[in-house]
Design a protein around this ligand. Structure first.
Ligand SMILES: *[C@@H]1O[C@H](CO)[C@@H](O)[C@H](O)[C@H]1NC(C)=O
Ligand SMILES: *[C@@H]1O[C@H](CO)[C@@H](O)[C@H](O)[C@H]1NC(C)=O
Ligand SMILES: *[C@@H]1O[C@H](CO)[C@@H](O)[C@H](O)[C@H]1NC(C)=O
Ligand SMILES: *[C@@H]1O[C@H](CO)[C@@H](O)[C@H](O)[C@H]1NC(C)=O
Ligand SMILES: *[C@@H]1O[C@H](CO)[C@@H](O)[C@H](O)[C@H]1NC(C)=O
Length: 317
């Protein structure tokens, strides 16, 4: 009987040789299926960590979306500048009845992380991801800010990007933004007809390899530009297909060109200054940004403006 079974099995196998292949194939499929659980899981984790922020501000964007969020690019060692901003324009919470918030954008540096962690838990105003904090990673830093808006503050009306050596007149900016359309807006110190600097000693040197064309599309100086939230989202979205470029403000211009959005002026007079402006109360009340303001100057200017808030300037209505 046993002999009969064995021999008929043998005959069956001889007749249907494919079983010899089928069994290992099935086993392989089962093992692969089992493993793929882990593969999928692994990919999921990798994707998540790619998007994960190391530090997030305590925003109340979900419950009370602000009108304007100011995102300030800052380097690890600029604690004094951040502190001055927190005591001046970064402290403004309402302007013309609108909610305003200021957050700082930082990358990663092992040397400063512990200090930054303390600063973040104290002020809860830092947005950080895990990329090396260097000047030429500024584009990544700004895109991180736009990603934060997209994920955590989608109902904001306007987003400003500025730097830590700036004076920003948040009140006046809000006033002018309220007069504008709330969509399809990109404004700031508009730069037109500029092109790459091919002088190797320049901070803004760009090689032919990095950017072969001779002209840049219109863009706004990185010292301070403002966009409506829809533009912020569209720039973030298109950045996936616009090749990386190290000059952050030009990069945003390249994204805008792709989106066919032209930067506009916020006013018939110049309001954004990408250089120094001599301080005077009446002058500073009617402008939006001034560059190259050091922390002690910022504190002095702010105090002067606060102390004279009741005084009239020529031309006031
Ligand atoms: C975040 O802010 C809210 C008020 O805006 C406050 O009630 C809450 O305690 C804060 N959370 C943390 C972790 O600081
Ligand atoms: C940041 O990313 C690097 C790899 O790119 C990793 O080794 C490191 O652990 C990460 N740091 C943190 C704080 O997540
Ligand atoms: C930008 O950050 C990435 C990720 O941390 C790093 O690999 C790269 O070297 C940085 N680039 C520059 C120019 O610092
Ligand atoms: C607002 O948008 C409308 C329609 O797009 C346009 O006609 C109008 O000129 C815009 N106003 C301003 C102040 O830009
Ligand atoms: C994002 O970009 C893709 C093309 O890159 C486009 O098809 C899609 O409509 C865009 N989405 C938004 C919300 O802009």
């Amino acid at each position: 009987m046993k002999k009969f079974l064995a021999s008929s099995c043998f005959k069956l196998l001889q007749k249907h040789k494919f079983i010899l292949f089928l069994v290992p194939s099935l086993l392989t499929l089962i093992i692969l299926g089992y493993l793929s659980q882990y593969t999928v899981d692994y990919l999921h984790v990798a994707k998540l960590s790619d998007h994960s922020f190391l530090m997030l501000p305590n925003s109340s964007c979900q419950t009370r979306p602000p009108f304007l969020v100011l995102l300030v690019t800052s380097a690890q060692d600029q604690l004094v500048a951040r502190s001055a901003i927190r005591q001046t324009w970064g402290r403004v919470r309402t302007a013309h009845g609108q909610r305003v918030v200021t957050y700082f954008l930082l990358g990663y540096s092992r040397e400063h992380q512990e200090q930054l962690q303390k600063e973040s838990s104290l002020h809860k105003d830092i947005i950080q991801k895990n990329f090396t904090d260097t000047y030429y990673n500024l584009t990544l830093k700004v895109l991180m800010g736009l990603e934060w808006v997209n994920r955590f503050c989608p109902s904001v009306s306007f987003v400003m990007k500025t730097d830590s050596d700036m004076f920003v007149n948040v009140d006046y900016l809000t006033k002018l933004l309220l007069r504008m359309n709330h969509t399809n807006i990109f404004t700031g110190f508009v730069m037109r007809n500029l092109g790459p600097i091919r002088d190797k000693s320049s901070k803004w040197y760009v090689s032919e390899q990095e950017y072969p064309q001779n002209g840049y599309p219109p863009f706004c100086s990185g010292t301070g530009y403002v966009m409506s939230a829809d533009v912020a989202n569209r720039v973030l979205n298109i950045s996936r297909i616009v090749p990386h470029f190290k000059l952050e403000d030009v990069y945003i211009g390249l994204c805008l060109a792709e989106l066919k959005i032209d930067p506009v002026e916020i006013h018939s007079e110049r309001k954004f200054f990408n250089g120094k402006v001599t301080f005077s109360v009446c002058e500073f009340r009617k402008l939006i940004t001034v560059h190259q303001v050091n922390p002690s100057e910022l504190l002095i200017y702010w105090k002067s403006l606060a102390d004279t808030a009741d005084e009239h300037c020529p031309g006031d209505v």
